[in-house]
Design a protein around this ligand. Sequence first.
Ligand SMILES: [Zn+2]
Ligand SMILES: [Zn+2]
Length: 69
Amino acid sequence: MKTCANCGERSYRVESRFCLKCGSTLPDAEDVPDINICTNPDCDYHKTKFIYPDGARFCDICGSKTAHA
Ligand SMILES: [Zn+2]
Ligand SMILES: [Zn+2]
């Protein structure tokens, strides 16, 4: 969810770029979406931020734990 710095509107989708109410530019990913990614910095899936389903607990490429980031 994003918050408009101008009017305080808070019900934005992650993809939103502009405020629905006042048209102000919204900040980039101020609230990072709750995504489940590989925690191994050397893993390609970490680098590309491949999103695992919520139930996944380990990366199926490198075996490291996944975490919500
Ligand atoms: Zn606004
Ligand atoms: Zn991995």
